[in-house]
Design a protein around this ligand. Structure first.
Ligand SMILES: C[S@@+](CC[C@H](N)C(=O)[O-])C[C@H]1O[C@@H](n2cnc3c(N)ncnc32)[C@H](O)[C@@H]1O
Length: 246
């Protein structure tokens, strides 16, 4: 990854990710004894929910960010039911034995090469194993993109907001079947300018802020926030469900 998350700040925020995670997990319809990979687990909110949903199962939590994994370790005790791995989803995953399912929430839009990720996930899923993904999709955060373009003088290229059709093609090429990919437009509201500022700084604009000096960052976030029509972010989620071919 080109930059590191402020995982402590991320863990303190009220995140729309919570709802996205609940939906993505519900789609797996777990029975309680599966082994599930949380791909891009962050600070472990959904890892904890998975452990609860899997009283007889196991969770493997993978992320490329050391600071995110530190927060996860502080939150969840290491048990025989939880394996925490620092790994890049762009590389073949260092996991012994197939998993029954993969969950991934708010991760893939940070990764340029979705085909490589889907190939790597297919390689560790058992035949018939399920994939449930949420990420930013085509048209995501259009007002933030417009504000950034106005501030920077160019359209930012840090995200990969894929469309359903290309995603379905990539999943089929990776060996998935029963593929469903759809967009869901959903605006996240914030309680006022301070909450919006904190959220933009920690979650949305991190890849931009890393290029700036510490003294320039607050002004940059303010410049973007001022150009948004209201204290809200116009999310378009890409929701994906598929099954590894038997
Ligand atoms: C917005 S956070 C989402 C974290 C968590 N899933 C959640 O919903 O709160 C995005 C996460 O994706 C991880 N990530 C981004 N690119 C990655 C990659 N190539 N391999 C592994 N993790 C990656 C980041 O480190 C970060 O923890």
């Amino acid at each position: 990854m080109a930059w590191e998350w402020d995982a402590a700040a991320y863990g303190r925020l009220r995140l729309p990710h919570e709802l996205w995670g609940q939906r993505t997990l519900a789609r797996l319809a777990l029975t309680g004894s599966e082994t599930v990979l949380d791909a891009g687990c962050g600070t472990g909110r959904d890892t904890a929910a998975l452990l609860e949903a899997l009283p007889r199962g196991r969770v493997i939590a993978v992320d490329a960010s050391a600071s995110m994994l530190d927060q996860l370790r502080a939150r969840l005790p290491d048990t025989e039911r939880l394996t925490i791995l620092a790994a890049d989803l762009l590389d073949p995953l260092p996991i012994a034995g197939p998993v029954d399912a993969v969950l991934s929430v708010a991760v893939l839009h940070w990764i340029a090469d979705h085909q490589r990720v889907f190939d790597n996930l297919a390689a560790i899923l058992r035949p018939g194993g399920r994939l449930s993904v949420d990420c930013g999709g085509h048209g995501n955060i259009a007002s933030v993109q417009a504000a950034l373009a106005a501030v920077l003088g160019e359209v930012p290229q840090v995200w990969n907001f894929a469309a359903p059709a290309e995603t379905e093609r990539r999943l089929a090429a990776a060996g998935f079947v029963d593929i469903e990919a759809r967009l869901r437009a959903e605006t996240a509201q914030f309680d006022g300018p301070a909450a919006l500022h904190d959220y933009l700084e920690t979650v949305v604009l991190g890849a931009h802020l890393v290029r700036l000096g510490a003294d320039e960052r607050a002004a940059f976030v303010r410049a973007v926030a001022e150009r948004l029509p209201r204290p809200a972010i116009d999310y378009v989620r890409l929701e994906v469900h598929a099954r590894r071919a038997a």
